[in-house]
Design a protein around this ligand. Structure first.
Ligand code: PLP
Length: 411
């Protein structure tokens, strides 16, 4: 396989593996870096490009971490996670989804991201296809390419509220499909799926026994309307080939603690543990103690925060209604809005930028109106932009005013 070379300033040559060459860093990071640079240059930039809650981690969770460190929980933790946290995750699934998962079938990971890495590396290799309903979080494609497998995007159009249809799923499956990734509530669209929708997808999955499903439920607590549903609970007969991902990053405002959970069939959890053992020696013991406190402590803030995010969604939708050329679907969960911007393409910005793509639009919006977003192409869905609603109301309102003024100014 071809290597990637890099001519060093001193004349030496570093040869990187082919996997580095085929793995691009997510555009979300690039946009945030540009926003930081503009801010450092003195501009008043509003960045709506990153996907993390602006709320603080609950104080009792922070206290639990302090306590664990003082108690001396500072040694190598068990590879698959502490017994207490795995039991708490199993109990969480019983409590919230009526899923009966033994603690032994739970793996604690370094964030949801490592959970995805573990699953993809355990299942997929060169020649395999991983089905990704799009719009999709960029992390999936990156990981699949890293593993040497091929991402296959399955379009979920705005007219269908960005939800995967059974027909589209059926049409995308081939003998090489190893893994299907489902993500509801969805990043970047906020789309959600109910039990009936999952039941219809389950019928297709049943017809193709060679497929495993990763259900990425990281936004499970941020559903604003309807009943939450997850595939392993809706279709228990499929449980032997469904692995479910959750975590504390989004629900408990703990992105920096890097804790994720995988729950699924014992053989797949074992394979994921092998990947994890190869990459790390388990997950920070202090962060695990914090996550345990999050899962076993007061849960009332989950509903409070979901209500706050729902109100912000409404605020942003109302603000963007004044922006000509943008059309939005009402997100049902998560903390993103994903407007279609096709009405702005082919136009020219006040600084003379011709807007041909959503990347042009997002860059012009950042450079000229100082609002950071992410272009839809980063989520395999153009022409769109993604706005994160994880900022306070005043900031969101100011951002919407700038976006509307920018759209009005296009000629
Ligand atoms: N899955 C989705 C859909 C996400 O949006 C993210 C983070 O943005 C993750 C997984 C990763 O979560 P974590 O921050 O716990 O690694």
């Amino acid at each position: 396989m071809a290597r990637v070379t890099n001519q060093q300033a001193g004349g030496g040559k570093v040869e990187f593996s082919a996997r580095i060459g085929r793995t691009a860093l997510a555009a979300t990071f690039a946009m945030a870096a540009r926003a930081r640079a503009l801010r450092a240059a003195g501009h008043d930039v509003i960045s709506l490009s990153l996907g993390e809650p602006d709320f603080p981690t609950p104080p009792h969770v922070v206290e639990a971490a302090h306590d664990a460190a003082r108690r001396g929980e500072t040694r190598y933790p068990p590879l698959a996670g502490t017994e207490a946290l795995r039991a708490a995750v199993a109990e969480k699934y019983r409590r919230e989804q009526k899923l009966d998962i033994p603690p032994a079938d739970v793996l604690i990971t370094n964030g949801g991201k490592q959970a995805i890495f573990n699953v993809v590396m355990a299942l997929a290799q060169a020649g395999d296809e991983v089905l990704i309903p799009a719009p999709a979080w960029a992390g999936y494609e990156q990981t699949v390419r890293f593993a040497g497998a091929s991402p296959v995007f399955c379009a979920c159009p705005q007219e269908q509220n960005f939800v995967l249809s059974p027909a589209a799923l059926e049409a995308a499956i081939t003998p090489r499909t190893r893994l299907l990734i489902l993500n509801y509530p969805n990043n970047p669209t906020g789309a959600a799926i109910d039990a009936a929708g999952l039941g219809a997808l389950a019928e297709v999955i049943r017809r193709h026994p060679h497929i495993t499903v990763l259900s990425d439920d990281i936004y499970e607590h941020l559903l604003f309307e309807g009943e939450y549903a997850t595939l392993a609970a809706v279709a228990p007969d499929l449980a032997p080939r469904v692995i479910t991902l959750t975590g504390v990053s989004k629900s408990y405002a703990m992105t920096g603690w890097r804790i994720g959970f995988l729950a699924g069939p014992a053989d797949l959890i074992r394979a994921c543990t092998v990947v994890q053992a190869t990459a790390t020696s388990g997950v920070c013991s202090i962060a695990q103690a914090a996550a345990l406190a999050a899962l076993t402590g007061d849960q009332s803030h989950l509903a409070t925060r979901a209500a706050a995010f729902a109100a912000r969604r409404d605020l942003v939708l109302a603000g963007l209604a004044a922006a000509p050329g943008l059309s939005c679907v009402r997100p049902r969960g998560a903390f993103y809005v994903f407007p279609d911007i096709s009405g702005c393409l082919g136009k020219t910005s006040p600084a003379g930028r011709r807007l041909e793509t959503d990347g042009d639009f997002a860059m012009a919006l950042l450079e000229e109106a100082h609002v950071g977003t992410v272009q839809g192409s980063a989520f395999a869905a153009s022409p769109h932009i993604r706005l994160s609603t994880a900022s306070d109301d005043a900031t969101l309102a100011r951002a919407c005013t700038r976006i509307a003024a920018f759209c009005h100014s296009l000629r």
